[in-house]
Design a protein. Structure first.
Length: 394
């Protein structure tokens, strides 16, 4: 989900172009609760591994935070997701968002703050890591403007269920979440959070991934880490994906840091100042709104900068949320509040949520399998009859 202003702007565009939700579109129903609001649900990942997760509070002491005041430094809340052992089910599952940030996110998008509860993820908090297979490739996620580190949980859980470690990042002043003391945080419209801010945050997180892999605990409070976590990370095989502004940040990180070996942009505008530069490592664009020639899109200018393996995939009739959890969650909310077909179209366009989930699960996994594990993926060679929605633009 994103800010109400952006949502209204997109809804206006959709209504003007006549986009409608397809007849027969399907989605899962929210889970009915014995008391309190219905709880939204997430689709199950398809891989064989159970999933563990742990939050970390990181402080970048090289970057003073002038907004917080003298003596303060930039603080990040991140989550590490990893394949977990058999006893993972003894540990509670983590919510998609804690209750207070979820209420703030709903209110920011002009819904009643208590209309639904956040879905539960497949991630078991603090479960021991599965270390039998050795170190695993790591994929870092950067969120979009006014987003949060949980907004591509469908993609993250799919990667982890197939043997990856994922690290998701909330960017200060630009994300819904919680501060280290549990206080909810919301995007601050008075603070400019640029793709370069995201990129610098991610470079700091890459250093902390190296700390974890070396057996050090980077958590600011030195809270205990899940057993075996450090031994599960391979800092020599790091990829990155980002949605919206996070997609642009992915390219910027790769410009500045060779540790990221492959990058995936989920409908990123690819605009920044200073701009992105040439890249010689694999990069894939999955576009919806930010196509070449679209308003406020730098995709056309970015494409010639890609000197290594490259792809641009596209789905017609989609909105900006085609590649994140919103495509799955909003139809459930719509069924509860009686949202009109036109307003629902403003959120999800014509892409069936079930098909969106299959795309989100299949293509990012194929990309990182090919470029971090060097397993050739036929899905990336050209159009597939299994995914007729996906167009190979170039």
């Amino acid at each position: 989900m994103t800010t109400a202003l952006t949502r209204r702007r997109l809804l206006t565009t959709v209504l003007a172009t006549g986009v409608a939700v397809p007849l027969g579109a399907r989605w899962a129903a929210p889970a009915q609760a014995a008391s309190g609001p219905a709880r939204l649900t997430l689709p199950a990942p398809t891989g064989p591994h159970r999933i563990g997760t742990v939050p970390l509070h990181l402080v970048d002491r090289s970057r003073p935070d002038p907004i917080a005041g003298p003596g303060h430094h930039r603080e990040l809340m991140v989550s590490v997701w990893y394949p977990a052992g058999r006893d993972a089910r003894r540990h509670p599952v983590a919510p998609w968002l804690p209750a207070a940030p979820m209420a703030a996110l709903l209110a920011a998008n002009e819904f009643d703050a208590d209309v639904v509860a956040a879905p539960l993820t497949a991630g078991h908090e603090g479960a021991p890591a599965l270390t039998a297979a050795g170190r695993r490739p790591v994929v870092v996620f950067s969120d979009g403007a006014g987003g949060h580190r949980s907004e591509t949980t469908i993609v993250v859980q799919e990667l982890v269920s197939h043997g990856y470690v994922a690290v998701t990042v909330d960017h200060p002043y630009g994300s819904f979440g919680e501060s280290p003391d549990g206080t909810p945080t919301v995007p601050d419209g008075d603070v400019s959070v640029t793709p370069w801010d995201h990129a610098r945050d991610i470079q700091f997180v890459l250093d902390r991934i190296e700390d974890l892999a070396a057996g050090r605990n980077p958590d600011a409070q030195c809270r205990p880490l899940p057993a075996g976590l450090g031994a599960a990370l391979d800092p020599r095989r790091i990829g990155m994906h980002g949605w919206s502004k996070g997609g642009t940040a992915t390219a910027l990180v790769m410009n500045a840091d060779p540790r990221v070996r492959a990058g995936l942009s989920l409908d990123g505008p690819m605009l920044s100042q200073p701009p992105v530069a040439d890249l010689d490592r694999p990069f894939m664009l999955m576009t919806a709104v930010f196509t070449p020639g679209a308003e406020e899109s730098g995709v056309a200018e970015f494409w010639p900068l890609l000197q290594g393996w490259r792809r641009q995939l596209h789905v017609d009739g989609t909105t900006h949320w085609a590649y994140c959890d919103t495509q799955w969650l909003i139809p459930q909310l719509a069924s509860i509040i009686g949202m009109s077909d036109d307003e629902l179209a403003g959120w999800i366009g014509t892409l069936d949520p079930f098909r969106a989930v299959r795309i989100q699960q299949a293509y990012p996994l194929a990309f990182f399998e090919q470029h971090l594990r060097h397993r050739r993926q036929r899905l990336l060679n050209g159009p597939s009859t299994a995914f007729p929605e996906i167009q190979f633009v170039r």
